[in-house]
Design a protein around this ligand. Structure first.
Ligand SMILES: [Zn+2]
Length: 308
């Protein structure tokens, strides 16, 4: 077993304090522009959707404006579809898959649902191609009351008044090779825990809610995405990233208990997508298309199977 001593920051066996977090933050390099690649793309949707700023992240000297995209003719009689991307900023197809859905597919659902899409929940991490926010917090373990992660708190505030009116929530993610080479070792080091190597599955999978698994819904997402990219097989233990595979390409987590984004509403239908962009068999275009296909399949299924 490797230990957290393989990670260059901190003392093995001891959780990080402020000094180590600052050291970690100082090592993060800005690699791309949220304004150029995301905010401008959102702005280009302005003639078809309402753009709703929902908060600002202050990380001096930087500031990031957060944007949600809403159906223009919001109709309180219709169910709400919530799509979130970029909760993990490095997971590029989550952000650009959400934008692709808005640009190419959202119109198909006009008059049938109200769309609320937050394409890039964690822009500082989008720019650094990292998982955490500047405080070395994972936004996707921080969706809880009084969240210490400003990214999570802002999204929670946006969604709180709608929590019981959401029919479907799809949270768009990726599982990458860097999870195993950087992010899991960093997590072990941050928490003073041993790092135990895992395996990265080759292919797409979804994470349902163990408290509300909706197996037919999850399978509809898998069937739709299988037309775009390959689905991750179970490993030799019948697992994907350490969780039992309950159906092809499907694992379940207790979403609310873990503070995961997909647990922020009381939607009857919810799923987290996990695209694998590092496969030699998947292009960035396919990854974005897979995310959009998952969103469409989720809405189609939910509209065809309204909850009682
Ligand atoms: Zn993720």
């Amino acid at each position: 077993m490797l230990s957290s001593s393989t990670y260059p920051i901190g003392t093995p066996g001891q959780p990080w304090g402020d000094t180590e977090r600052a050291e970690w933050r100082a090592r993060q390099v800005r690699r791309r522009s949220y304004v150029d690649e995301v905010a401008r793309a959102i702005d280009r949707l302005r003639d078809r959707f309402d753009i709703a700023p929902y908060g600002q992240l202050d990380y001096p000297p930087e500031q990031f404006e957060l944007f949600a995209v809403r159906s223009r003719d919001w109709n309180h009689a219709l169910p709400i579809v919530l799509v979130t991307g970029g909760v993990h900023g490095y997971e590029t197809s989550g952000v650009h898959g959400a934008l692709r859905f808005l640009d190419r597919h959202a119109q198909d659902y006009a008059g049938r649902v109200n769309l609320l899409v937050a394409p890039c929940v964690s822009p500082w991490a989008y720019e650094r191609i990292h998982r955490w926010n500047p405080l070395a917090l994972d936004p996707n373990r921080s969706f809880r009351d009084d969240s210490p992660a400003a990214e999570s708190a802002a999204l929670l505030r946006l969604v709180a008044p709608l929590r019981d009116a959401v029919l479907v929530h799809i949270d768009l993610h990726e599982t990458t090779d860097s999870d195993e080479t950087e992010f899991r070792p960093a997590l072990a080091a941050r928490d003073g825990a041993p790092f135990e190597p895992g395996t990265i599955p080759d292919g797409f999978y979804v994470v349902g809610d163990s408290d509300n698994p909706q197996p037919a819904f999850q399978q509809a997402l898998i069937a739709a995405v299988a037309k775009v990219t390959h689905i991750a097989p179970a490993d030799a233990k019948g697992e994907i990233i350490g969780s039992p595979v309950v159906a092809p390409g499907v694992i379940n987590y207790p979403l609310k208990q873990l503070g995961l984004c997909a647990g922020i509403t009381n939607a009857p239908y919810t799923s987290t997508t996990e695209v694998y962009p590092d496969s030699p068999r998947a292009t960035p275009e396919q990854c974005n298309a897979a995310q959009a296909a998952a969103v469409c399949a989720a809405i189609d299924f939910a509209l065809a199977h309204p909850p009682r």
